[in-house]
Design a protein around this ligand. Structure first.
Ligand code: TMP
Length: 212
């Protein structure tokens, strides 16, 4: 474990097919190789209760839930995840790398599905007390390229992939604007480059942010 720096909460964000799962693992390995004890988790999910809620959210047809119920389920899962996984890990001195967090709710349920941002903020306040990441990597890829990447994927968890193209364009715009609006916390990473180059860009950004 790195004694120079307090444990940090890092999130990876982005639309579908941006390569988050690969780069969450690669960042975890890179941190470990620098002696930083860390754990990887994901949303929706990451704790026993939240994984049960995940199934409700990511399977089935797009219209299965309206935007309000979907937002409440996301935060129900998140409250459980923060309480049972994220805070205990940080309290034990581990860095936590999370595949998606609250920014995804603003993107998907806000920009994507039309929930008001103020309403999301109110639910966030009640659910997690405004707990936010120390650093966020936003993985960006053009929607066409993302659709090609996920086109060949067959899996049960494809509910959000089935929303129309304009939905995915709104997510991308939201995430790109977020990177501009919060440059202290967020870095935009272009994932059109080969995976090794992307992993290096991510490591450079994390290293620079935390002076590793
Ligand atoms: P994943 O495919 O990255 O594991 O995420 C599952 C899906 O859940 C993905 O399509 C994005 C969606 N999602 C939301 O709509 N809102 C959220 O707050 C989160 C965390 C995920």
């Amino acid at each position: 474990m790195n004694v120079r720096s307090p444990p940090r909460f890092i999130t990876l964000e982005g639309g579908e097919g941006a390569g988050k799962s690969t780069h969450v693992q690669r960042l975890s390995q890179a941190l470990a190789s620098h002696g930083i004890d860390n754990s990887v988790t994901r949303e929706p999910g990451g704790s026993q209760g939240a994984e049960s809620i995940r199934t409700l959210l990511v399977e089935g047809e797009p219209g299965r839930w309206g935007p309000l119920v979907e937002t409440l389920l996301m935060f129900a899962a998140r409250a459980d995840h923060v309480a049972h996984t994220i805070r205990p890990a940080l309290n034990a001195g581990k860095w936590v790398i999370c595949d998606r967090f609250t920014d995804s709710t603003f993107a998907y349920q806000g920009a994507g599905r039309g929930m008001g941002y103020d309403t999301i903020r109110e639910i966030e306040h009640v659910s997690t007390g405004g707990f936010r990441p120390d650093f966020t990597l936003i993985l960006d890829v053009p929607v066409d390229e993302a659709m090609n990447r996920i086109g060949s994927r067959h899996h049960a968890e494809d509910r959000f992939e089935k929303f129309d193209r304009t939905f995915h364009e709104r997510l991308r715009s939201y995430f790109r604007e977020l990177a501009q609006r919060e440059p202290q916390r967020c870095v935009l990473i272009d994932t059109s480059a080969p995976p090794d180059d992307v992993a290096q860009q991510i490591w450079n950004a994390v290293g620079a942010r935390f002076k590793l």
